[in-house]
Design a protein around this ligand. Structure first.
Ligand code: TPP
Length: 438
């Protein structure tokens, strides 16, 4: 139908169309420039135009493998400005600690990758790497207190390490040993450490929203000023629970920070084809909460945004949303296209090697290192020493895992209840009545 202009109101238009026998009416249609207006058809005006298609990354049906380079951040992190000042004010000890955490996350996962691809340890099980996205976890956690809560994702090793997780127990869990975080029963996607406010990695995409909201609501009721952080990917934002959770938190002013790690890839499909808007942060803009769209490979940008979000939450103003644009270096899960002692997965069908290499040239760790040196906040020698210390700690964690014992198979049904360890012969039903099964 061609576009009509004039002052015909909706009721008259529908009457007119009904009289001609029309049974369905298209009142708006998308255009590739991204804006749609119903002005001509309704005689009224929408307050804002509604984007149905944009120039990407989201909502772009013309997206091609390789297009992620259009969202490459600059080579260097700005050394001046609001974000740079906020991070620099954190002080040298903390700045070096954040570098240590980023390196630990990178080196631990890279070592695991080599072990999965190598023959010595025959590792198996799901493993989703966070390599390339470290600035988000470390930037967010740098702005939190130890007793704040986080709800992680299937790609959560970086979240755990940044929140103070123990790499010995993480390595042991990947080796399915009894000294692992989950005593060797869980593997990568269930690692949890409540002593650090880590409510767990989680294989259920979109589960972090209500976990973080529940913890934050509990904190709100207690008046403790703790916040909850829900990490999630661009794909997870498609969950119906996403909008629902942000809406509920906004309604009740629950102190949750929704942190979207937009790595432009939803398993093996580009985010361009799975999200209707240009950015994920557009989904919730109508809720009138703070939104921060940041370069997710820039530690200072993530840190500064999170600091503001935390202040907002602790002041009782409720939730906020941060979207960090980033890129994962490896395949969705496992190591297709990866090689021992080589960074990044190449030859994958849904992205180009050039795109991968260009994003790797925006390595958040290298950028942060250059920033620290350029601002005179650390020397190359200091940072190299941290690199070496981290390498030694990662090697030690692998040795710890190798030397630990396998779980006792007879203990398989222990530790499966939230109430704590129960005897294998006991089962708690919903009324908490102990029922003897044998
Ligand atoms: C409820 C649910 N649906 C589907 C899956 C399968 N699944 C695992 S990861 C994933 C994609 C998640 O993509 P995104 O949220 O963008 O995170 P990323 O992997 O890019 O970090 C899907 C669909 C799942 N684990 N849980």
């Amino acid at each position: 139908m061609s576009e009509q202009r004039g002052t015909l109101d909706r009721r008259s238009l529908l009457k007119l169309l009904g009289a001609t026998g029309a049974s369905a009416v298209v009142t708006s249609c998308g255009s590739m420039d991204g804006s749609v207006s119903a002005e001509g058809l309704t005689g009224g005006k929408f307050e804002k135009s509604i984007s149905l298609a944009t120039a990407g990354p989201g909502g772009n049906p013309n997206w091609q493998p390789g297009d992620a380079v259009k969202f490459l951040p600059p080579a260097d992190i700005p050394t001046s400005g609001k974000a740079a000042d906020a991070l620099a004010a954190a002080g040298n000890e903390k700045l070096l600690h954040l570098y240590h955490l980023m390196q630990t996350s990178r080196q631990w996962e890279t070592t695991m990758k080599d072990l999965f691809l190598g023959v010595a340890d025959k590792l198996y099980g799901a493993f989703h790497t966070y390599v390339g996205e470290e600035a988000i976890a470390v930037g967010v956690m740098g702005a939190l207190n130890d007793d704040d809560y986080i709800a992680s994702t299937h790609r959560g090793h970086g979240h755990l390490i940044a929140k103070g997780g123990d790499i010995n127990k993480m390595s042991a869990e990947i080796f399915f040993k009894e000294t692992g975080y989950n005593k060797g029963y869980g593997g990568s996607m269930h690692i949890t450490d409540m002593s650090k406010g880590i409510m767990g990695m989680n294989g259920i995409v979109g589960a972090s929203y209500y976990m973080a909201a529940g913890a934050a609501l509990h904190a709100m009721v207690r008046g403790s000023k703790q916040v909850g952080v829900a990490f999630f990917g661009d794909g997870a934002a498609a969950s119906p629970y996403y909008f629902s959770a942000v809406r509920s938190c906004a309604n009740m002013k629950i102190p949750v920070i929704f942190v979207n790690e937009n790595n432009l890839q939803y398993m093996h499909v580009p985010m361009a084809q799975t999200a209707p808007t240009k950015y994920i942060s557009e989904y919730t803009k109508g809720l009138d909460i703070p939104h921060f769209l940041v370069d997710g490979n820039d530690l200072s940008a993530v840190y500064a945004a999170t600091k503001e979000a935390v202040e907002w939450a602790r002041a009782g103003k409720g939730p906020s949303m941060i979207e960090g644009m980033t890129y994962r270096w490896y395949d969705h899960a496992g190591f297709a296209g990866g090689k021992v002692s080589q960074d990044g997965a190449m030859g994958l069908p849904y992205r180009t090697d050039d795109e991968v290499k260009q994003w790797m040239s925006r390595d958040p760790i290298t950028r942060y290192k250059k920033w620290l040196v350029a601002k005179g906040l650390a020397s190359d020698a200091e940072l190299s020493k941290i690199d070496a210390d981290v390498a030694a700690a990662v090697t030690k964690s692998v040795e710890y895992a190798r030397q630990s014992s396998d779980p006792n198979p007879e203990a398989g049904v222990l530790n499966t209840h939230a109430e704590g360890p129960v005897k294998a012969t006991q089962f708690y039903n919903r009324r908490n009545v102990v029922t003897r099964l044998t």
